[in-house]
Design a protein around this ligand. Structure first.
Ligand SMILES: NC(=O)c1ccc[n+]([C@@H]2O[C@H](COP(=O)([O-])OP(=O)(O)OC[C@H]3O[C@@H](n4cnc5c(N)ncnc54)[C@H](OP(=O)(O)O)[C@@H]3O)[C@@H](O)[C@H]2O)c1
Length: 272
């Protein structure tokens, strides 16, 4: 039987790389938020059904759910990939930007999952979370908190649901994708007007630029997702990359010690 996938964040980076492979022999409902990128998706394969959804505008979610429900009698895999990064020091963050972070990285995924869940019986939900879920990265606290929150909500779905749906969190380390360039652009107003934190914001921006080219390839995440896709009894969480493994180890230390380590690490890295 041809497998049916729903994938959000399908127009770039990890999502796009995954869709290109899966569409060779499966039906893929692929989420886009810009018309131009939606038409590009449709050109890849006739197995792809692009659907519009913009998690910054939650009113677009019911339409996406309705479209998918009208075309798919069942869904084998829901792969929640859409994401963005809100950065800045706690005291300067705008509450609206924090809301945007949670709309995109958490609430959007919850709402689309709730809308499709009765089609997912015996299937899998695979979320692309992040090593940021371990919460040890300064000046991207909205991003870290959103990924942790996503993991907590969906882990509860894993033990609560009576539909035999398996829920899996993929936690990549740094991956070379356009996410980092977009994050600099989207956070530029705050980062350029961040009195008292200029050095730190400079470092964060430089680091993001480095991440865009020095991370692992999207292939590493795609390989992990394809492996999890086939397993009968997947684990609830998979790390991708040595940095993710390191973050998971550090997160097991006492919080006071982690905090000292993070401050020390930041000071050393900013001096380089
Ligand atoms: N890159 C990394 O180092 C890394 C590491 C760990 C986890 N991740 C996670 O991996 C996932 C994919 O990121 P990526 O690195 O592949 O970045 P990416 O290339 O920027 O892809 C992000 C995808 O999400 C979509 N998206 C962004 N905002 C959206 C919104 N408001 N509504 C609907 N879709 C939206 C983007 O659409 P557009 O194409 O229109 O922008 C794009 O398709 C994210 O959840 C990210 O947090 C990434």
């Amino acid at each position: 039987m041809t497998k049916i996938y729903v994938i959000t964040g399908a127009t770039s980076g990890i999502g796009k790389a995954l869709v290109e492979i899966l569409a060779k022999d499966s039906i893929v409902f692929a989420g886009y938020r810009s018309e131009e990128k939606g038409s590009e998706l449709a050109k890849i394969s006739e197995n792809i059904y692009p659907f519009f959804v913009d998690y910054e505008r939650p009113e677009t979610i019911p339409g996406a759910v309705e479209y998918i429900r009208s075309k798919a009698e069942r869904i084998d895999r829901l792969i929640n990939i859409a994401g963005c990064v809100v950065a800045g020091p706690f005291e300067k963050l705008s509450i609206n930007e924090i809301r945007r972070q949670f709309n995109v990285n958490v609430f959007g995924h919850i709402e689309i999952t709730q809308g499709l869940i009765d089609k997912l019986d015996n299937g899998k939900i695979i979320n692309v979370s992040s090593m940021a879920s371990f919460g040890i990265f300064p000046f991207i606290s909205p991003y870290c908190a959103s990924k942790r929150c996503l993991d907590m909500f969906f882990n509860s779905l894993m033990y609560e649901n009576k539909r035999n749906i398996k829920v899996i969190s993929i936690k990549p380390g740094v991956i070379s994708t356009p996410l980092w360039g977009k994050s600099i652009k989207e956070n530029s107003t705050l980062m350029q007007n961040c009195e008292g934190y200029e050095e730190e914001m400079n470092f964060i921006a430089k680091n993001a630029m480095k991440n865009e080219t020095h991370g692992l390839s999207t292939d590493e995440v795609v390989k992990t997702i394809l492996r999890v896709d086939k397993l009968n009894n997947p684990k609830t969480s998979y790390l991708v990359g040595k940095d993710a493994f390191f973050a998971s180890l550090v997160s097991r230390l006492p919080q006071d010690f982690i905090n000292k380590l993070v401050r020390f690490g930041l000071r050393i890295r900013m001096k380089r």
